[in-house]
Design a protein around this ligand. Structure first.
Ligand SMILES: Cc1cc2nc3c(=O)[nH]c(=O)nc-3n(C[C@H](O)[C@H](O)[C@H](O)COP(=O)(O)OP(=O)(O)OC[C@H]3O[C@@H](n4cnc5c(N)ncnc54)[C@H](O)[C@@H]3O)c2cc1C
Ligand code: FES
Length: 286
């Protein structure tokens, strides 16, 4: 009986992480690894569902807990992929772990992209640097449900070819006929990059967009937002058709602690996906 009571209280505790095993660590670029995780509980592994743009709280034993976007598509079930940049205490500890080690996961949290609203429209994905982590989930979800969208256009930028996250995946999309894939790098020290060179916003010169029937999903460092938003508005995109994935420091992830509050919004509940309207009403969001 005590065991049952303990299980019941565990199930009712929203802060309790579920153990998940690291099944693969793919060293994409230095300090940006892709971790493939599988819940130890087979029912949870098979039954876990999320929306593109949602995140999990990832706990590393003895180090702490951090929010990380789910980088895999909801259409690829069984495992979760998290693309993590090493920046500090918890991510350092994560990078010391090996395949088969255990971490904790709780979630999924956040609103995710409004897929039902976006269906039937063109989809433009604009990713700079680590911005590809939350947008990759949306990208593969759209490609796995290709008939849900009209055109799918991807613009992806990195500093150099070797900094491009998911580089092989991105270049494999260039020749596909069901997506317009535009890749650019700021500089190409090797001289062997066969795609575009120059800053991400310059890619807009190479594609025709229909702002009235397109949703733009944008994620990247602050400079990306500044220039991309300006370009989208110049093209005539309405502010509710521009969707951004934004980050804040978080603790609970479930709207209890107030750490992620921006004005009257909680990034963990009302976001992390916000429209440009939200960002105008709450300028501190970006
Ligand atoms: C919704 C959401 C989704 C995220 N998705 C990803 C993801 O897919 N991949 C990924 O690598 N990171 C992601 N992050 C950021 C990630 O949570 C932080 O990098 C992580 O918490 C850093 O923990 P740390 O203990 O390693 O670093 P710390 O020791 O806490 O900090 C190291 C440095 O990182 C900065 N930092 C810490 N947290 C954040 C943050 N939330 N935003 C900006 N700067 C921060 C600190 O100011 C400090 O300069 C996401 C954050 C949010 C809120
Ligand atoms: S992280 Fe606690 S309220 Fe958002």
């Amino acid at each position: 009986m005590p065991a049952l009571a303990e299980q019941a209280s565990a199930a009712a505790n929203p802060y309790l992480p579920q153990p998940a095993r690291i099944v693969r660590i793919y060293k994409m670029v230095p300090d940006n690894y892709l971790f493939t995780l599988r819940f130890v509980d087979p029912d949870l592994a098979a039954g876990f569902r999320h929306l593109p743009g949602q995140f999990v709280m990832l706990s590393v034993p003895g180090a702490g807990e951090i929010p990380i976007s789910i980088a895999s598509s909801p259409s690829r079930t069984g495992v979760l992929e998290l693309c993590v940049r090493r920046v500090g205490r918890v991510t350092d500890a994560l990078y010391r772990l090996q395949t088969n080690d255990l971490v904790g996961l709780r979630g999924p949290y956040g609103n995710g992209f409004p897929i039902q609203q976006m269906r039937g429209n063109d989809l433009l994905i604009v990713a700079g640097g680590l911005g590809m982590a939350p947008l990759r989930s949306l990208l593969w979800y759209a490609l796995d449900h290709r008939d849900w969208f009209a055109r799918v256009i991807l613009m992806c930028g990195a500093r150099t070819p070797r900094d491009m996250l998911f580089g092989e995946e991105m270049t494999s999309l260039v020749d596909r006929s069901d997506i317009v894939c535009l890749l650019t790098v700021d500089s190409d020290p090797s001289g062997a990059w066969p795609y575009y060179r120059g800053l991400l916003p310059a890619l807009f010169d190479h594609v025709t967009l229909d702002p009235a029937r397109t949703y733009a999903a944008v994620c990247g460092p602050p400079a990306v937002y500044r220039f991309i938003l300006r370009r989208l508005l110049e093209l005539g995109f309405s502010k509710d058709r521009i969707l951004m994935s934004l980050e804040r420091r978080m603790k609970c992830g479930i709207g209890k602690c107030g750490h992620c509050a921006v004005g009257y919004k909680y990034v963990c509940l009302d976001g992390p996906i916000f429209t440009h309207w939200d960002a105008i009403n709450l300028p501190e969001l970006i």
